[in-house]
Design a protein around this ligand. Structure first.
Ligand code: SF4
Length: 375
């Protein structure tokens, strides 16, 4: 499938620039970008995972996590393979890093082939074509065929009110997400990105009109991003600001990794509060995974410290996650402290009665407006 979020470059010949995320990769013919799923075939960028869902589930919306968006509802969740980050602590690394593994294998194979050849001219001309075909075929093996039309049909059949583009970074499968989201919107189904926040402004322009909510990770300081994710912090801050300014409902998540980003939490909370004190902040517990096996799991005490940090920064809604703690994961009215949504794990109860003013009007019974999308 041709990737529309791209533009041709004059040099080198047949190179393109991908405009889906803030890496803005320059991609030569026969090569793919950092994410491994956007491939330049003869001067045109192609999305190798269009219509190929590698993870499909119907999840509680609280699992995204989104706490101020249709509480207690189900969300149809899809993801592909590939990612534009390489986080050493990734909890979905089997999906996110799969395309890079294929790419590395292909590059190693190409290198070995080159080293073994002496008659260069004819054989070198064959390499790009062979590699492109092999790589497209390899990446295409991941996942099941799931067209945008079918995703929307499934939601309608099962009365599921929203779709999450999640598990891996949705910016890299932008065109697949866009076509699904546009169709979903026509049928009254909401769309949610669960994202690392590296969307380009071109992508936000393209898909923004169909996006209702985003949960964006804000992982740590710029140094943290460089050392553990091979990315930078500034583009993420920009996306949080820009998406919020576009009227997309935003919640932010920080995985609290002891000794790695605990010193960054106050600055993270202050940044969120500078965009809006109404943005919910989820501080979630880390468990050793993938390549980051030497950092300890987050304790409840460390999570509660993070919670207190968010409150001190002026955030009105801070939630702990990946542990069961009803007190610090429920929604209370910031004005009168009435319990509005009680959460125990993924069990959710809207507690302001059957005739809920929260669900009907987005307000507490005391009249305080509770920010979010409630119906
Ligand atoms: S989505 Fe991002 S990482 Fe992937 S090719 Fe485009 S600019 Fe590069």
């Amino acid at each position: 499938m041709r990737a529309t979020l791209s533009e041709p470059l004059e040099h080198p010949a047949k190179a393109v620039r991908c405009t889906a995320c803030q890496h803005y990769c320059t991609i030569r013919e026969g090569q793919s970008g950092v994410c491994g799923v956007r491939l330049n075939k003869q001067g045109e960028l192609h999305l190798l995972v269009y219509g190929k869902a590698s993870a499909v589930n119907i999840d509680p919306i609280e699992k995204k996590p989104l706490f101020h968006f249709l509480p207690g509802s189900k969300i149809f969740s899809i993801g592909t393979v590939g990612c534009n980050f390489s986080c050493s602590f990734c909890q979905n690394w089997d999906l996110s890093q799969a395309a890079k593994e294929v790419k590395l294998r292909m590059l190693r194979g190409r290198q070995e082939q080159r080293e073994g050849e002496h008659d260069s001219r004819a054989s070198k001309q064959e390499h790009p074509t062979t590699s492109i075909r092999d790589m497209a075929a390899e990446i295409g093996k991941f996942g099941i065929e799931l067209a945008p039309q079918r995703i929307v049909e499934l939601c309608l059949e099962q009365h599921i009110p929203s779709i999450a583009y999640t598990y891996n970074e949705p910016a890299i499968f932008a065109e697949y997400a866009h076509d699904t989201a546009k169709l979903a919107k026509q049928h009254g189904i909401r769309n949610v990105f669960v994202s690392n926040g590296y969307e380009s402004h071109e992508l936000l322009d393209h898909i923004g009109p169909y996006l209702d909510a985003m949960n964006i990770d804000l992982k740590g300081s710029d140094q943290f991003y460089q050392q553990l994710c091979h990315a930078r912090q500034a583009p993420v801050l920009k996306t949080i600001h820009d998406a919020h300014a576009r009227g997309i409902w935003i919640e932010v998540t920080t995985l609290v990794i002891p000794g790695k980003n605990t010193g960054d939490l106050a600055a993270i909370a202050r940044h969120i509060a500078s965009v809006s004190r109404d943005i919910p902040w989820h501080v979630t517990a880390f468990r050793p995974d993938y390549k980051l096996l030497d950092a300890p799991a987050t304790t409840q005490e460390e999570l509660l410290d993070a919670y207190a940090t968010g409150k001190r920064a002026g955030l009105r809604f801070v939630y702990v996650g990946n542990i069961i703690d009803t007190k610090h994961s429920s929604t209370l009215c910031p004005a009168c402290a009435k319990m509005l949504v009680e959460r125990a794990g993924h069990a959710v109860k809207v507690t302001d009665g059957q005739d809920s003013t929260l669900l009907r009007k987005g307000v507490c019974s005391c009249g305080e407006k509770i920010p979010g999308v409630w119906q």
